[in-house]
Design a protein around this ligand. Sequence first.
Ligand code: AMP
Ligand code: ZN
Ligand code: MN
Length: 884
Amino acid sequence: MESQVNLKIAFTISCLAVVSILLANILRKQRNRKQNISSCYLKSEAKPQHNFKRVLANNSYAPFKHLKLDESSSDLHPYESEIKAMLEESRLEFEFSCGNMDMRMNDEYIWVDNESKLKGLVEVLSKERVFAVDTEQHSLRSFLGFTALIQISTRDEDYLVDTIAVHDNMGILDPVFANPNICKVFHGADNDVIWLQRDFHIYVVNLFDTAKACDVLSKPQRSLAYLLETFCGVTTNKIYQREDWRQRPLPIDMVEYARMDAHYLLYIADRLVSELKNQKNENSAGLDDKLHFVSEASRRSNALCLQLFTKDLEAIPGQSAAASIISRYLNDHGNATNNSQFQDLVRRLCSWRDLMARMHDESLKYVLSDNAIVSLAEKVPSTPTDICTSISQADIDVEFHNCNSSSLFPSSVVLSHLDDFPYLLKNETINLDDIFQLILKKHLGPNGSCPFSLYNYSLLSKTNIKLSKSSALKENGFKFSKQVARNVSRELFVQKFSCKSPVYHNCRIYANDGRLLCYCDRRKLEWYLQRDLAKLVDEDPLAIMLLFEPKGRPEDEGNDFYIQSKKNICVGCGEGNHYLRYRIIPSCYRIHFPEHLKSHRSHDIVLVCVDCHEKAHSSAEKYKKKVALEFGIPLFVHKVVNSKEEHNVSGSSTSIMNLGDGGVSPLELRTAAMALIRHGPRMPPHRRDELKQVVKKYYGGRDISEEDLEKALLVGMSPHEKRRLQKKRGISLNNTSSKNIVSEMDIKGNNVDPAINKNEAYEPENGCNLDFMSPSEPNRPVHVSSDGAVFATCSSKLSLLGHGPHGKQVVDYLLKNHGENGIQEFCQRWRQVFVESINPRFLPAGWDVAHSGRREFGEFSVYNPANRAFVAAEDQGKQHPAVV
Ligand code: AMP
Ligand code: ZN
Ligand code: MN
């Protein structure tokens, strides 16, 4: 006993010494930074969950949205009826492990960390009748916690699913988990069932929980460790439960532990089921007893599946934690003096902690421990040093007992936001709501100190927080939220659309005489290397030398542009933190260019930041209108009419009319039909009539039905747009004969060229930056039409809703009247528009408004007219040696 006390004293002293030295350092650094501006640690710390693109449970105060299988099921479990059916009728008619499971765990397991491996797993699982599952969670550095690993074992294999790597793809496991014909064996599934809903919308149907079986059998213990030991003779160490399961690579002992949690479950389930079958019901010995125990275990298991994940919501954030801290404190200390100030501070600190934890996606415990809150509220320290010391001291006490010295210091949340404490600890009555608003404004508001994420942005829609009427912040509240909304949408736009990795790899390609030919990305180098067309000459940075004689050299042709390395920054303002690709020649024109003129993408696709993008885009839209006027080709299709009404042919088709011929513009038609479908019954009658007139114009004036409205939605859409809409609106549209409407659509008797290069319109994210060497994108199927034009096979008809038809007509006109020179000149005009819109100061050297990029094509090039026949003969997906 005495030695324990001594030990504790020694431990505390040494910890305090370390703490004070480190604290002094940290605080000095903080002071050296600009006063008053707190810099959030999250700006430099990367957490794995920030790479997730699909987050189902965010940290807002709004309730969790469960999977909705159909419109009617509101807050119900999506698989309620399936689970209830299982409750009524147990289906354990099969063996789990065939009884003769070879239990020894060998060294082999399958680590699932990408989409294709996950698909493979789904394929395997959908053929199984039963598999075992366990999950590992991470909860310290996350507000709601997240699944860091899922272990799945079949009779033959152990799978470890890296749910951090494949987080966004996990949905493809939904069907096997919800399939009532496949039994899922868990041990103690209470939490796993809910966690799977929270992170992946995975709902378990048909569960056998070995812990529930233990209950039914009245086993002396129900832990997995006990079952492993008694049935399998293996011991397991549960301290791994509390390890950091985010670690990658996962240490080998954690891998072993994780596998063990699922590997033996099928065998254990088997043994338990046979015990259940052999149980004799003492009261009524009869044939049904066997079934009785088995089905009771199954019933109790499946009852767990009916649970639904919910977020804990409270009227005033943090206040249930405050209440329990205060009541515990009063229990231990009796009614101390200064009680009301103490309680007030605890409530404020809890409110702050709750909001900060949500904002930074950290657990409450990580942000500030209960003990630290008590200590701060007791001592009311005023200097940063005293604040930090109070927190560390409080935590040392706890850590000593837990033998875990991982968090001896104030958390990074506290350290980088120390300047919140003076007003939190001020002995003044401040309304909790006001504190809340202040923190929100200071940290997430415009110019807030902390970054936005998928977890915290919806905190700004404070729908579930009671806002104080007296709040002084309310006056400018409106302006604030509008500003904030703009900020959020910009931030999310950047996250969603900016390039995720550097666009320019600046790998070099040399000619066989050692002259630099160009810079390009890694993919292109690999293309040459794999085909033995080049050899590697430098590894860092990568460089290759071509093994054949390229046709022409860039400098011979004045194409200096291609021998410049390019910076991954906005060409407008030099911003380097985020950038997206910008197409200087708008796609509506470019996709109709002859293929060989499209080959200068790297010159006419540049990187810009969101702000420059906005400016350049809006100038381009204005210039399109000028082009429309100049060429007399409208930006939008003006009128369409359903020709079935006129010609009375079977199946309907849409014709494009000249102005004044009746009919209606496809955009107008679509908007009217959508409004009628959505709000028709609730509209004022005169408005409804107006809209109906619009739709009737399309149908030649006749009365219209609900089905006509649905069909009208599809008018003018490209097949791609149609598919998207149909997916969104579900099956209802599949029933209408939409195929008919679309497939017969036509523009002004001009045949709509079905051969629009789809890849060109949806450029791959990591597209090459250089077309000088090989204009064809790897994996791009290329075909040749009868008139010699090269185009991709993925055909798509033009959408009448966008600028596609305008673009096509403009390009056709240019080619017809001015040939390729017309196109070149047209491109130069667009470069000029771009330059004038943002005055780019960081364009790569060699970039030129007058860039012609005219050059000859190499003997391998798909753009070489001589090769076109060869190209056409090739298989669609086959690679062509596209070369200089
Ligand atoms: P298990 O079902 O034993 O595999 O545990 C699954 C997850 O629950 C672990 O990864 C932990 O995150 C969490 N967990 C279970 N028991 C504890 C515990 N005693 N303390 C902390 N976390 C636990
Ligand atoms: Zn922060
Ligand atoms: Mn486990």
